[in-house]
Design a protein around this ligand. Structure first.
Ligand SMILES: Nc1ncnc2c1ncn2[C@@H]1O[C@H](COP(=O)(O)OP(=O)(O)OP(=O)(O)O)[C@@H](O)[C@H]1O
Length: 252
């Protein structure tokens, strides 16, 4: 089994606050992995360490090792900008570039990397929009502003934008929490197709969502990774009583 991502003894601090405590976690290539746990337990903090976003947070410090395809992304020799190209990110609120068209949003990363071949850009835009289950809805309005799309469409556009650069891993931080149930269902339906082309780590507050979309689940509490396992095992036969209390809705 190939571990695309391997976190080893990862600790994350904001000043004196120890937000993530000695986490060890392996993620298999082509899987969906849910991070669950009550508010403030460190899910987002851990997720953001996977693309070195804490480099940009004053006072934040990460120790330990995060191997992406065998390479420690925290090695001194690693350029964080190059490394982030391998890691896609989708945030809680859709954040398309507001001044750009639908098409330009999707290909923005490729253009930034210097790709100028319009035929190739169009092929990738179509493939990415199809991958994000948005193509049929926008194929006749590719040149219109992205801000004209609904919230759910904008979020799928952000997924398409992330897919366009073929990330090795896609990080999703509560990607459906700002969306209505129909848009949420569309994104959940997408997950099994997305994992054919990338590997997903998703933070979710919604335990039904975690149970529906993920292969493995990690339960965090107060910065500790309490339990990690196959999603069915975590929800049906949790080993730790704190996991059981959380997944049965006794707290959180
Ligand atoms: N920039 C920051 N500076 C200081 N403390 C922070 C910062 N960001 C997060 N924290 C603290 O770190 C802890 C973990 O926060 P984090 O956002 O990772 O939790 P979470 O599990 O994702 O929560 P939620 O589900 O509410 O998003 C919390 O106690 C939080 O207050």
């Amino acid at each position: 089994m190939t571990h695309l991502l391997s976190a080893q003894d990862v600790n994350i601090y904001y000043g004196d606050k120890h937000a993530v405590k000695n986490v060890n976690l392996n993620v298999t290539q082509g899987s969906v992995n849910a991070l669950i746990g009550p508010s403030g337990c460190g899910k987002t903090t851990f997720l953001r360490a996977i693309n070195r976003m804490h480099d940009l947070t004053p006072g934040a410090r990460v120790t330990g090792t995060i191997l992406l395809d065998g390479e420690n992304i925290y090695s001194p020799g690693v350029d964080p900008v190059n490394m982030r190209r391998r890691v896609g990110m989708v945030f809680q609120k859709p954040n398309p570039f507001p001044t750009m068209s639908v098409f330009d949003n999707v290909v923005s990363g490729l253009k930034l990397a210097g790709m100028r071949d319009n035929k190739r850009l169009m092929e990738i835009a179509e493939r990415s929009l199809r991958g994000a289950a948005l193509w049929e809805e926008v194929k006749d309005r590719l040149k219109t502003p992205a801000t004209g799309l609904s919230g759910g469409q904008q979020q799928r556009l952000c997924i398409a934008r992330a897919l366009a650069v073929e990330p090795e891993i896609l990080l999703m931080d509560e990607p459906t929490s700002a969306l209505d149930p129909a848009s949420t269902a569309k994104i959940e339906d997408l997950m099994s197709d997305l994992k054919k082309v990338t590997t997903i780590v998703i933070v979710t507050h919604n335990m039904h969502q975690a149970a529906r979309v993920s292969d493995t689940t990690s339960f965090f509490l107060n910065g500790d990774l309490v339990e990690h396992g196959q999603t069915a095992q975590i929800f049906q036969t949790p080993r730790d009583e704190r996991t059981e209390a959380y997944v049965t809705g006794r707290f959180g």
